[in-house]
Design a protein around this ligand. Sequence first.
Ligand code: SF4
Ligand code: SF4
Length: 387
Amino acid sequence: MEHSEILHRCFRCGYCKLPSSYADLNCPSYLNFRFETYSPGGRMWLLRAWLDGEIKTSPRFAEILYSCATCANCVEQCVFPKFKDDILNAFIAGREELVATGAVPPAVRDYFKSIHLYGNPYKMPEADRGKWADGLGLEPYSRHEYLFYVGCVGSFDERGQRMARSVAGLLKNMGISFGILGAEEFCDGNDVKAMGEMGLFDHIAQKNIRKYQDLGVQKIVTLSPHAYHAFRNEYPELGGNFDVCHYSQLLAPLIKKARFKKSESPIRVTLHDPCYLGRHNKEYRAPRKILAAVPGVQLKEMDRAEKDALCCGGGGGNLFTEMLGGGPDSPARVRAREAAATGAQVLAVACPGCSRMLDDAVKAEALQDDLEVMDLAEFVNRRLAVD
Ligand code: SF4
Ligand code: SF4
């Protein structure tokens, strides 16, 4: 297994399951299950025992490996600089081994099957991919400055579609030249790779790279930090070199040109940093810059913010496989309570997956009358002046 050489170096000090303040549990799977084997250090030792033949492959072992939300808190917090960068890669390599032997949990198998058969995890016809844009008058991509890539959640999930429409509206409002692929778009494959199906990921990435190159795409703006991560960090080694940004990064320097309503009352907003924008790609400023430009916004940071943000639990395919479940100790519900504790009226998000996870969690916590989950673009649009 790739990266197996780092496993014996972990001595289970446990710092990787905490934020840098050590104040709380910050590994979503450990937070939820509270057994050491679900923590990053425990998972390292579990993998080591498995590779040494001390434990056998079993459904339970597979469940533990797939309960990791690939949030990279362990990569951020591990005290050993020599191997910390490869901790998550080792967990993904473990999944790769399970994929190779067909020993993945049923929900994971179902996810891969859906991507194979339908091209998306929602089992929806690919012809419906562009329906989110109906009535918006958006142009099909044709030598525009940017390709606006929406992804599976933005195309098929009702919350994701709302977010895609908000972002598209704001890009238009800011005068950005962009086109969409609609039914011609395809899954970015980020979660497929995080779940260890490297062959399928390569197939998806090559297909997308060929398509973008044929269309002459040079710049891509993504709705989701997951697609941003894949295009920016995974596609180049397969020959796909595009100038990629997340929509918050494109809008942050332009937002000062926006005309906002003058009469809006002050509003308390807290921000959830998505793992694939924040810890994976170190972008913490762009979403904050957007919020700071909106008149009346009082930003109330959660105790765990930026590199210490608690993951919503939806990464690594968990949005679909639900390996973490949705009980009171699920990361999304803990995060919803943390957001509410700031006294914020709005929980701003910048990822369609986080939006789905946290919206459901706010409802499960019966907080929806006090705390509204809103995408950044949705929030900005609501406070723009109407001509
Ligand atoms: S902080 Fe690093 S060494 Fe300590 S338990 Fe976590 S992975 Fe192992
Ligand atoms: S990536 Fe996140 S969920 Fe996975 S082991 Fe590390 S801290 Fe836990």
